[in-house]
Design a protein around this ligand. Structure first.
Ligand SMILES: [Fe+2]
Length: 307
């Protein structure tokens, strides 16, 4: 399932709690006061996060999906995305260190470990995982699973998301040393990365949780699909050697996450330490920083087209 802008716009009129929430409410496990407090919060989240303009209307990714970018524009985009991809590791590590429970620390650690090369071990595929002895098939993003846990799984250098991005960039003439460092980032990309480190990686768990929800919801709302669509056109038309695994893997996993975001929100809201205003502040700050990143890329393409 993926969340489309239409679905979100519909939710803005009538935000719905998850089926699990409704069932718990029907069983009397949630008091009427708690339920109405949650519904009011959900309305704010929908209005401020789910229908935020950068989530439902991103001019850069809409343009990118048409596959009409020049090679220079594609290289510029790749380099900026690689900077974000690497700086995200710092933000994720900070989030992990700021965790307020062993469970949330494991959740954060799982994402970090997977980023750097620990593949998910699905209960369905345990037998074959154990048999594998080389990284070829096991680390191929076209084949690597999107379900399960890194717990008891295997680590491959080749399964690091950054290495997938390096493989993607190679036919475009970009080498490892052209990618991923702060020195390669534009001011708008670095602004986004710095806010990610500060807000998503905040020591205050409520601010971090709000930022995490905003990022997760952004990632689940369809931009990976637009990037994949554009890159498939580029590959078909002029770059047959492009390896799209970095993009297709993220698109697959985020489409799967889209169904979880409302349940995650409920779990955060009913946690004992939850503070609504801080959560909203964290989310708002993250979406603003995301807007700076995408608007920066959009301005760069408009500028290069008119130069
Ligand atoms: Fe990733």
């Amino acid at each position: 399932m993926s969340v489309t802008p239409q679905v979100l716009a519909h939710q803005a009129d009538a935000p719905e709690p998850s089926p699990e929430f409704l069932a718990r409410e029907a069983r009397g496990e949630i008091t009427p006061t708690e339920a109405s407090r949650y519904r009011a919060f959900l309305k704010r989240v929908v209005a401020e996060f789910l229908t935020h303009r950068i989530v439902v209307n991103n001019p850069f990714t809409r343009w990118f999906a048409q596959g009409q970018m020049s090679d220079d524009e594609l290289r510029h985009f790749t380099v900026q995305f690689s900077v974000f991809s690497n700086q995200f590791l710092i933000a994720q590590l900070k989030k992990m260190l700021a965790s307020d429970s062993i469970e949330s620390m494991r959740g954060a650690k799982e994402i970090l470990a997977n980023e750097i090369g620990a593949v998910f071990r699905s209960s369905k595929a345990r037998g074959s995982d154990v048999q594998r002895t080389d990284a070829g098939e096991a680390a191929d993003p076209e084949l690597v699973g999107i379900e399960g846990s890194v717990d008891g799984g295997r680590f491959w250098f080749k399964a690091a998301h950054f290495e997938w991005l390096v493989d993607f960039a190679q036919p475009l003439g970009l080498r490892f040393e052209d990618l991923g460092k702060r020195k390669h980032g534009t001011p708008s990309t670095l602004h986004f990365c710095d806010r990610l480190i500060e807000v998503y990686g905040s020591e205050d768990p409520n601010i971090g949780a709000g930022a995490g929800f905003a990022i997760e919801n952004w990632a689940a709302a369809g931009f990976w699909q637009e990037l994949e669509d554009g890159l498939k056109l580029v590959r078909a038309e002029r770059h047959p050697k492009l390896q799209l695994g970095f993009w297709t893997w993220h698109n697959r996993i985020e489409a799967q996450h889209a169904g979880h975001t409302i349940s995650d929100l409920e779990a955060a809201f009913f946690a004992p330490q939850f503070e609504e205003e801080k959560f909203l502040t964290g989310g708002r700050a993250m979406l603003e920083a995301l807007s700076v990143f995408w608007r920066g890329l959009d301005a760069d393409r408009v500028y290069s087209a008119s130069a």
